[in-house]
Ligand binder design. Structure first.
Ligand SMILES: Cc1ncc(COP(=O)(O)O)c(C=O)c1O
Length: 370
């Protein structure tokens, strides 16, 4: 049976919520009333057959690329799907980072790719080691897939490492897919998109995570015009055209992008400060520190994160993402940028579970029989 689901997405939609919700990856919702736009100017139908020209233009300008390289899509999710589906044939070798955001693997499985992995190692700050990538590719590798920032760790890959990966890909005729949905959460000296690094780069992104307008589902891919066109033709099989009012509102969001981003930044910065202090005081957990990103990947030094998180949720109404969704069951992911009071109380409750563990019932967190 072909793989046709995402366990992570299902969990996220049905089980991730709690009163103190640290299972997020995007920032607080930006309300429509605060977007300087006139609702009277909204329209239901319009001309958007292979993309709405003003939105294509806005995305192109945001990245400094030509509009014919832009493919609109429903979020980065659909962008990743369209990009991989346009590039991969069943049986093609695809090299994906480990740990990885689950749905990227799910799509590759769904497309019947021959999946290979290269490791990011915690002791190395979760960085990509180009030597490791070089070792893992073969002449059959068609695509290398990475996230930058990395989900779940928020590790940033430098331009020089990206260039090395690009060189490796080019030497075997492969492409590099870089999911940059979190990249704009590097608030100072935001790196430019890796699409500028060479024609072997294909980039996906959206306004969903860093800008607080996930409901618009404004996502896109940057690809060379021929591949971009292939993706647009492929999208005819999926959603045909986009939601026109969503495209109009997305253009309005692009016109006020700094407003959206700065509002979120204040919350992300405040939460990050709290997290830093918190981690310094908790010997039972640790995380590779980054000064950017909306998520942090926390290691539970001695225990099973699933059991820990179950207790956190059932007794303390607090959620975080189990590391098993990133193939790392002794970790969990914490999200920043929604509400600092909620974040502080969520951390407080994590501390209470950690504090209660050794004395109360260590086996609960260790996992009986684990
Ligand atoms: C790395 C990565 N790519 C894509 C997505 C999906 O983003 P979107 O909401 O834009 O579809 C997520 C969501 O968590 C993500 O973490």
């Amino acid at each position: 049976m072909r793989h046709k689901h995402s366990d992570y997405m299902h969990w996220s939609k049905t089980q991730s919520r709690a009163r103190f919700n640290l299972a997020t990856s995007g920032v607080a919702p930006f309300p429509l009333r605060d977007l300087p736009t006139k609702l009277k100017e909204l329209e239901i139908n319009g001309d958007d057959s292979y993309g709405y020209a003003p939105l294509q233009q806005a995305i192109a300008e945001h990245h400094g690329v030509a509009p014919e390289c832009v493919v609109e899509s429903a979020g980065t999710s659909m962008a990743n799907h369209l990009a991989m589906a346009a590039i991969i044939e069943p049986g093609n070798e695809v090299l994906i980072e480990y740990p990885a955001y689950g749905p990227i693997l799910d799509v590759a499985h769904y497309l019947q790719a021959n999946i290979k992995r290269f490791r990011r190692v915690e002791e190395n700050g979760w960085a990509i080691d180009p030597a490791e990538v070089r070792q893992c590719v073969t002449p059959k590798t068609r695509l290398i897939v990475i996230t930058n920032l990395h989900n779940p760790t928020s590790a940033l890959t430098s331009e020089s490492v990206l260039r090395e990966i690009g060189d490796i890909a080019r030497s075997i005729g492969a492409l590099v897919l870089v999911d940059e949905v979190y990249l704009d959460a590097v608030y100072d000296r935001t790196p430019r998109t890796s699409f500028h690094l060479g024609s072997q780069f294909v980039v996906t992104s959206s306004l969903t995570k860093v800008y607080g307008v996930s409901g618009l589902r404004c996502g896109w891919t940057l690809a060379q015009p021929e591949l971009a066109w292939k993706m647009k033709r492929l999208n005819d099989l999926y959603s045909a055209t986009a939601v026109y009012p969503g495209e109009l509102l997305s253009v309005a969001a692009f016109q006020h992008l700094n407003l959206l981003r700065d509002r979120a930044r204040r919350i992300v910065d405040a939460d990050r400060k709290l997290l830093r202090g918190f981690l310094a005081q908790q010997p039972a957990i640790s995380a590779v520190w980054t000064d950017w990103g909306t998520t942090s990947f926390v290691k539970l030094r001695d225990g099973n994160a699933d059991i820990f998180l179950e207790r956190l949720r059932s007794d303390f109404d607090t959620s975080a993402v189990p590391g098993r969704f990133f193939e790392m069951p002794d970790h969990f992911r914490i999200g920043m940028g929604v509400n600092t009071e909620m974040f502080a109380e969520g951390l407080n409750r994590i501390e209470r579970v950690l504090a209660s563990a050794p004395g109360l019932d260590n086996s609960l967190i260790r996992g009986i029989g684990n």
